[in-house]
Design a protein around this ligand. Structure first.
Ligand code: SAM
Length: 443
């Protein structure tokens, strides 16, 4: 009996399938991954039996992986259809760049209705944990021996014989993306760190804690930290990787809830402080309905002369030149329609909000990351930071609102224009600036 059967397309999905196999095997699960050539030419009858004996079927969906399913006898189609017919617990694991083809064969037509995990390369480990949470009869205590954070999974894979050049490229791309963003915001964090003797930090929307620990974790000055985060899995991971009961704690909380003040006060009592001297809000205000109320509430817990750092985005500060046919302008407009991408003009209102909620000495520390002096790899990574994610978001919109024709048109246009956008981005004279903004203010 297998806990998990992993189905994948060999061309682009092999590395991910292998990572999942290693990860779940490390958790003590019995996993079937067809590494032999069983499925290369014919669909072996033995695979049917293995699917029947598996509690869960994970289908790794890499870009274009379902295109060949229109062909009778396609083995990925056979696996998926057999799993559907056996009523297996099927979880699609959707990699970036994957989208459902316009038509699926009749016997697979309901495949897109299964509860799927959309893989975020930045939070790869969280994606695996989300996947684990959807599996049947799989306990997901975070066993100490299991491979930890996404970074480690990726690093470990360098010694993996199934590692392919494409995956190496992906790791390198992520590294460049982090460096690009770090070059933009690190000076602000370093400045705050340098003028504070110690750091007592409230981090709003802390996700898995990696971001705030990446900024302040290495100096030795970080003495106390409260992270507030909506996503339960991210909070668990943050506490596991960075938490300790005494000084660093992450709490599951909706920072827009009426009980925010109580949550913060309880947290401060837990770690034994009566104020913070730094509040950090990175890429969160754009997702909130009422940022004014949040800023006003948390100000009470910031000590006099304490700092607030806010990083956000404003697509109005995106500039593409030359853009003779308006392709970039259209792509940016499409992004602003996606519900999951938040309010894309959030950055410009932050100065006003900070003034209105009583903060002072407000400075816009940096505005815009641009292509000047970037090499090919940097431009590629930069393009992906923004344009690489729109496709997933707009596809979600078409699935959520199938009745809105405009979303389907946008999706089709975006798919058709993607390579053109990507290649224009690589022209040496092409200038693009992305509207990240970082503010610093005091109480
Ligand atoms: C784009 S991520 C940014 C994570 C991290 N601060 C960083 O900069 O890498 C936004 C985070 O805010 C969290 N978030 C959004 N709305 C929230 C809310 N109302 N309460 C708590 N967390 C929220 C999300 O779950 C997500 O983890």
């Amino acid at each position: 009996m297998y806990d998990i059967f992993i189905s994948y397309r060999r061309e682009n999905g092999a590395m991910t399938a292998r990572l999942l196999y290693d990860r779940f095997t490390d958790m003590g699960l019995n996993v079937f991954l067809d590494l032999e050539e069983l499925s290369s030419g014919h669909f072996d009858i033995a695979l049917y039996q293995i699917i029947e004996e598996s509690k869960n079927v994970v289908v790794v969906l890499s870009p274009n992986s379902l295109d060949r399913c229109v062909n009778d006898g396609d083995w990925l189609r056979n696996e998926v259809v057999h799993a559907m017919q056996c009523n297996k617990n099927i979880v699609p694991f959707m990699l970036r760049g994957f989208s459902f083809p316009d038509t699926l064969p009749e016997d697979m037509k309901d495949f897109h209705t299964y509860n799927a995990v959309k893989v975020s390369p930045e939070y790869f480990d969280a994606s695996i944990e989300k996947l684990a949470s959807l599996l049947k009869d799989v306990a997901i205590e975070n066993n100490e021996d299991s491979k930890p954070a996404s970074e480690s999974v990726i690093k470990d894979s360098f010694s993996n014989k199934y590692f392919t050049s494409e995956d190496r490229k992906e790791v390198r791309r992520l590294k460049i993306q982090r460096e690009l963003i770090a070059g933009f915001d690190n000076p602000t964090y370093k400045y705050v760190e340098s003028i504070c003797d110690e750091l007592r930090v409230l981090d709003i929307g802390s996700n898995d804690g990696d971001y705030i620990f990446g900024k302040f974790g290495s100096s030795g000055k970080l003495k106390k930290l409260v992270g507030l985060e909506y996503d339960k899995t991210a909070v668990e991971k943050a506490n596991k990787n960075h938490g300790d009961d005494e000084n660093f704690r992450f709490y599951q909380a909706d920072v827009e809830s009426d009980t925010l003040a109580d949550t913060i006060e309880d947290a401060m009592e837990d770690i034994g402080i009566d104020s913070f001297n730094v509040i950090n809000i990175s890429m969160v205000l754009l997702h909130l309905d009422n940022p004014y109320r949040l800023l006003k509430t948390i100000r009470k817990y910031l000590q006099k002369d304490g700092y607030i750092i806010i990083k956000d985005i404003d697509d109005g500060f995106n500039v593409a030149y030359p853009d003779p046919d308006g392709l970039f302008a259209k792509a940016v407009k499409i992004c602003s329609k996606c519900e999951e991408s938040g309010f894309r003009y959030s950055g410009r209102r932050i100065f006003t909000l900070l003034e209105q909620t009583g903060y002072r000495d407000i400075t816009l520390q940096n505005c815009g990351i641009n292509t000047i002096n970037m090499d090919y790899d940097q431009r590629e990574a930069f393009f992906n930071i923004y344009f690489g994610f729109i496709i997933d978001d707009i596809r979600d919109m078409t699935e959520k609102h199938p009745e809105v024709k405009e979303y389907m048109e946008d999706y089709q246009w975006y798919k058709d224009s993607y390579e053109k956008l990507e290649s224009m981005f690589q022209i040496k004279e092409f200038f693009f600036s992305l509207g990240f903004m970082i503010y610093l203010a005091k109480k």
